[in-house]
Design a protein. Structure first.
Length: 265
């Protein structure tokens, strides 16, 4: 790497540190639990699978019970970590309704039909409010925390609605919109180095093959993502080359859930 490129990287690193310091004022870093303990994708995958099973089997009791068992197992496996993650949400009302949904869902089998339907509607309202906040906010740290909340509350609401005979299509669309927004809002900053051209080299000619490296960093500086490839001058680096690097850089954010589940919605 040339000194000039190293200087660019150093400046970008300083910008990243400044961003982190400003984010820490919104969501204290020390309050964030380890996210690797929660298999978030498993929670939402179980919910989508459960609702699909319910819808395709003409609402048989066996299918409804299996749907509930799947999502309960996914939630219970990481319940403490999920609740800890929810506590990092800075908006009190949203934090409260997400907390309520997770705590109450564990006892769904003990609810009367009327109480279960009321719970389904409350959880739906919470999921819709979270999705609206994700769309409205610009701070990436806040959007990130809301992304985790959406992807636990919406699956809970989906299963509860299915259990009580309420429709699920509109809520699934809310979940899709929220996760699609996450893909764009919690992206990564990337830059490209051409690694086989000396600074004093003559201008490139048509047909020259250039090797490049794409280097991406997420807002939380949790880990970089890289992509390598070759391009024939004067063709540009294809847009798709950035996708794996961005996904890798944002792997420790709620965007990773969106990457996994948007194709399912």
């Amino acid at each position: 790497m040339t000194k000039r490129k190293a200087g660019v990287r150093a400046r970008l690193a300083r910008v990243g540190l400044a961003s982190l310091l400003s984010i820490a004022m919104v969501v204290p870093a020390g309050a964030r639990p380890a996210r690797a303990a929660v298999d978030w994708a498993a929670v939402i995958t179980a919910a989508i699978s459960a609702v699909s099973s319910w819808a395709s089997s003409n609402s048989t009791q066996a299918a409804i019970q299996e749907a509930t068992r799947q999502i309960l197992a996914a939630v219970n496996a990481s319940r403490n970590d999920i609740l800890a993650q929810i506590q990092t949400i800075t908006v009190a009302q949203t934090r409260a309704c997400a907390n309520h949904a997770v705590i109450e869902f564990v006892d769904i089998e003990l609810m009367s039909p009327d109480n279960m339907q009321r719970f389904a509607q409350d959880a739906t309202g919470c999921a819709v409010a979270i999705e609206s906040m994700i769309s409205a906010l610009t701070d990436k740290a806040s959007v990130d925390q809301l992304g985790y909340a959406l992807n636990i509350v919406a699956p809970i609401a989906l299963v509860a609605r299915a259990r009580t005979g309420l429709t699920t299509a509109a809520l699934q669309n809310t979940l899709r919109i929220g996760n699609t927004t996450l893909l764009s809002k919690i992206t990564a900053s990337c830059w490209v180095d051409i690694i086989n051209i000396p600074e004093e080299a003559p201008p490139p000619r048509n047909g020259d093959i250039h090797t490049y490296i794409i280097d991406c960093w997420a807002y939380n500086n949790s880990g970089s993502g890289y992509a390598y490839g070759q391009v024939v001058f004067p063709n540009p680096i294809p847009d798709g080359a950035f996708v794996p690097a961005i996904n890798q850089a944002t792997r420790n954010t709620s965007r990773a859930i969106a990457v996994a589940v948007v194709p399912m919605l």
